[in-house]
Ligand binder design. Structure first.
Ligand SMILES: C[S@@+](CC[C@H](N)C(=O)[O-])C[C@H]1O[C@@H](n2cnc3c(N)ncnc32)[C@H](O)[C@@H]1O
Length: 427
């Protein structure tokens, strides 16, 4: 189990950050670590596979590649799956499931492709062990992944089980919580390093259920993201309990009692702040994050030292800006009542974002504001020129992580408007 071909899928745009993370966790580099489309390929050991499940914040899963071959028909898939030594991975006592993904596959039915893989696995077990494992589609012990391109079929066994964004601490959700893996990717993209020479505080002024601050607090305290959950590899044949327990003990010893920097969150909805607090407690960082209620348009910096703000701000109809920007109009308040919650939309957010930019410019000098949004017009609405823009995908939604540096003079005046107190020489 020392020379496994591992594949770690991740969200598009995150591959480079994931490769850095995999290098930091396993020490692998060069030909052993390659950035692919939608993931990272790694030549590693079984121990690496366990360590990546425990420590990776960016990977969606850790898969072991068991076969790669050209195919033209379902029979080719049956043959390829029949040649895999499944019996060294699991026994007929474990239930299994086959999942298929495809890009430009010529096959007409992916369900039929999955069925042929399942038949090959069952037939091989029956021939060698006299009995076959059952198929279980909802909670299988073992997940097999088949990926098809135009002419190539790759078969993997999944060592993770539930997707890795499920860290085990989220019970309270907001309306649009970020996936934990995406929050971690946002943090990676900022380069925030709480253990570096000059660690900076981190603040999410629209923290919702707390995903960004909880990920940040765990990073700061070196709490592994997988500490609270179980993994599929615990049911596989190569698993050795004592090795895994030693790895967990080692990880636990590295956990810091305190964060080297302040980590702060606030949200206009007190209900959300309660959710975030409860999630943070389950994640073991209840005392590490400092959470408050409050309008992002009014909240002053949570600490003296400038740091970075990192948020996915309200957008669209589902998660509209609330607070002072939404309070003016009766119609908006009627919307709030109709929606039965504390939201008030400001057209397409122009008002909210221009007020937010003015507030930041006036009160957050020296901070940088990092915002993930599907709205490519956000810099225009903020009347700020971004210093960085990183493409990222929130599921199927293409987004940008914009960075705005709060230096005097970065807010542009609107047409026909004189420069405000914040100046007006921005691009
Ligand atoms: C897209 S959600 C953020 C989700 C969050 N990252 C999470 O993981 O749950 C936007 C959040 O902004 C909050 N919000 C809306 N208007 C606000 C305002 N004026 N000030 C502060 N928070 C606001 C909403 O209550 C909502 O929780």
């Amino acid at each position: 189990m020392n020379q496994l071909q591992l594949f770690l899928p991740c969200a598009a745009g995150v591959e480079g950050f994931l490769a850095d993370e995999v290098h930091a966790i396993t020490g692998r580099s060069g030909h052993d670590l390659m950035v692919g489309r939608g993931g990272v390929l790694l030549r590693g050991s079984w121990r690496d596979a366990m360590g990546l499940n425990l420590h990776s914040r960016l990977a969606q899963r850790v898969l072991v590649q068991l076969s790669q071959s050209l195919y033209r028909s379902e029979n080719d898939l049956y043959r390829a799956a029949g040649e895999v030594a499944w019996e060294i991975w699991f026994s007929p006592r474990e239930s299994f499931k086959v999942e298929v993904t495809a890009q430009h596959s010529p096959l007409t039915s992916l369900n039929f492709a999955a069925l042929r893989i399942k038949d090959a696995i069952a037939d091989r077990f029956r021939a060698r062990r006299g009995q076959r494992p059952d198929v279980e589609t909802r909670h299988p012990d073992v997940r097999i992944h088949l990926h098809l391109t135009t002419d190539e079929a790759t078969i993997y066994i999944d060592t993770s089980g539930e997707a890795l964004f499920k860290r085990g601490w989220r019970e309270d959700k907001g309306d649009a919580p970020l996936k934990e893996t995406l929050a971690a990717a946002m943090i990676a993209a900022t380069g925030w390093d709480p253990h570096g020479d000059s660690p900076q505080p981190l603040y999410d002024p629209c923290c919702g259920s707390g995903t960004v601050v909880i990920e940040a607090a765990q990073i700061a305290r070196r709490i592994p993201p997988g500490m609270l959950r179980r993994f599929a590899f615990e049911r596989l044949v190569p698993f050795q309990k004592h090795v895994w327990e030693a790895m967990l003990d080692e990880a636990e010893e590295r956990i810091l009692e305190h964060s080297p920097v302040g980590i702060y969150g606030s949200d206009v909805s007190h209900r959300m702040v309660d959710f975030a607090q409860r999630n943070a407690e389950r994640a073991g960082v209840g005392k590490t994050v400092q959470l408050r209620g409050g309008d992002a348009l009014q909240r002053m910096p949570p600490c003296e030292q400038p740091g970075l703000m990192l948020l996915n701000p309200p957008y669209g109809e589902r998660i509209a800006a609330a607070g002072t920007a939404g309070r003016d109009s009766r119609e908006r308040m009627a919307q709030v009542e109709r929606a039965g919650r504390e939201t008030a939309q400001t057209e397409d957010g122009v008002e909210f974002f221009s007020q937010l930019a003015a507030h930041w410019k006036k009160n957050y000098s020296g901070w940088s504001g990092w915002m993930l949004t599907p709205d490519l017009k956000l810099p225009g609405k903020m009347r700020l020129k971004e210093s960085r823009r990183t493409p990222m995908w929130n599921g199927p939604i293409e987004c940008r992580l914009f960075c705005f540096d709060m230096i005097r003079g970065a807010v542009k005046p609107r047409k026909g408007e004189a420069s405000g107190p914040a100046g007006g020489d921005g691009a």
